[in-house]
Ligand binder design. Structure first.
Ligand code: GLP
Length: 261
């Protein structure tokens, strides 16, 4: 695992935007794993800027969202399908139909989950997966005690996650769905490069556990420790509880230039 401590969210977003731009330049057909939540929004802004100013193209790329709510009306502005369209897909030049998400409106939910796994496989797997992290260490919507080998499936949200996400639903807990579809931890671990981002003090405990805690399904983000290429990009506040913070900073500042992130 590599831990990159950046001064600000903007620095981190530009760093990750740069890594994605480099991937797309090397492989225009790259498959991107897209995350929702507030954390990756700066990365999407950075990619849009690179698209507008530098001609970075997504025309041959594909995107796969991590997760989706169940029970929202189709087209609901807070459905993750709508969020991904609004925040990134519609702002760059992805080809029509090249950005996918789990189908939270399917009549057969179990089949929709299997289909999603198959679609990711058929695309050749995800090259770079962007991840945020919940305050309880969830990735995608894999809440504590999610199997670390899990694939796309239905999950029940914890009260904590529903409260955290109520801000997207008029601060009204009753409007926040109770069930979701999410790529599993095992699905996420199949991506070739995992890039987990976290900003702010309220993510500091989750980041400390992710990086320095024992691997446990109680904190699903600790599964990153099992991945051969995982990068954790955090601002100073999110890094504040890391015991070896200074070592991670020194390591990053002194790594060979050819390594990239
Ligand atoms: C949601 C999403 C996660 C996201 C998490 C953190 O629960 N399903 O993918 O990482 O929230 O959200 P935020 O980035 O807004 O803190």
């Amino acid at each position: 695992m590599e831990v990159v401590v950046v001064p600000t969210k903007k620095d981190g977003s530009e760093l990750v935007g740069g890594a994605i731009a480099e991937l797309l330049t090397r492989n225009p057909e790259a498959v991107l794993g897209l995350a929702t939540g507030s954390t990756p929004l700066g990365v999407y802004d950075d990619l849009v800027r690179r698209h507008n100013d530098d001609g970075l193209s997504f025309a041959q790329a594909k995107g796969f969202a991590l997760d989706e709510y169940l029970g929202l009306p189709a087209g609901h502005p807070e459905s993750y399908r709508a969020v991904i369209q609004r925040e990134i897909a519609d702002r760059v030049d992805f080809a029509a139909g090249s950005v996918h998400g789990p189908d939270g409106w399917a009549a057969d939910i179990a089949a929709a989950c299997t289909d999603y796994e198959e679609a990711i496989d058929a695309a050749g797997g995800i090259d770079l997966q962007i991840l945020g992290v919940g305050t309880d260490g969830h990735i995608g919507f894999n809440e504590p005690i999610s199997s670390l080998a899990s694939l796309t499936r239905i999950k029940t949200l914890t009260e904590q996650t529903r409260e955290d996400n109520a801000r997207f639903f008029d601060d009204d807990l009753a409007q926040v769905p109770t069930h979701v579809l999410t790529q599993g931890v095992g699905t996420i671990l199949r991506a070739r490069h995992l890039v987990l981002l976290a900003w702010g003090e309220n993510k500091a405990e989750a980041i400390q556990a992710t990086v320095e805690g024992p691997v446990t399904s109680m904190v699903p983000s600790t599964a990153l420790q099992l991945h051969p290429h995982a990068t954790v990009v955090v601002d100073e506040a999110a890094a504040s509880l890391l015991g070896d913070r200074e070592h991670y900073k020194w390591t990053y500042a002194n790594k060979p230039a050819w390594q990239g992130v």
